[in-house]
Design a protein around this ligand. Sequence first.
Ligand code: ATP
Ligand code: MG
Length: 235
Amino acid sequence: MKRRAKKKDKGGYYYGYGEGAVEEAFRTLRTNFFSAIKTPEGSLNTFLVTSPAPGDGKTSILLLLGKYCGEIGKKILLIDTDLRKPAVHRYLNISPEKGVVKFLRGEMSIEEVIHPTPLQNVSVIPCEETTSNPGTLLTTPRFRELLSYAQKHYDFVFLDSPPVLLVSDPGILAQEVGSVILVVSQGQTSRRAGMQVKNHLERLNAKIIGVILNRAERSEGGYYYYRYYSSKKEE
Ligand SMILES: Nc1ncnc2c1ncn2[C@@H]1O[C@H](COP(=O)(O)OP(=O)(O)OP(=O)(O)O)[C@@H](O)[C@H]1O
Ligand SMILES: [Mg+2]
């Protein structure tokens, strides 16, 4: 599948390419995802989306998870917790002025920083500024308050993050959130890097509920884009 030529990458392909291989792959992925999140106590609902390295496709996949869960009536909240390089607002083409940092600093209420998006049933808390030390904001009682509000009011909450192998905040987020969706990129993520991240997250007691292989090649040519692997067997 060819990407559209565009001046500035807004990640627009995530809803621009509504048909064909992406759609098919993502609907299958959604089914597998629903199966992976079931626990004896009920369904998990809050997930950190992370990956080993920059550019693996975390933000794009976060948006697609939102889109494909939202289109079947699930109420979705996306939170841009990549406080170093926020991009969710850019991909959604919305203003990030009122965002997660203002909430975490106590300058705004949760309701003030939640915005609608062009995606059905999907709301977002963008990140309005970069900070060089996100750890201090992500370990506050305000962050826990945000998580518990989101868990209570939404069917699914997806949090974006920086790459695990580069900085420490994905580890902090993984500990706070508990459930992780790991994105790996074909041709970019080495087996060693994948294992390193898996071991790191497991040491932090985070549960990897599934691994999404981005940019996966199809045997007959072209791209599948996404495949989903879960430690749980499909039902
Ligand atoms: N399956 C795909 N096919 C084609 N292009 C893709 C695919 N997935 C992501 N991209 C493109 O790759 C770039 C990086 O994607 P994205 O921003 O989602 O990655 P990221 O892991 O969030 O990056 P960062 O670590 O910088 O936050 C973007 O230009 C995006 O449009
Ligand atoms: Mg990103």
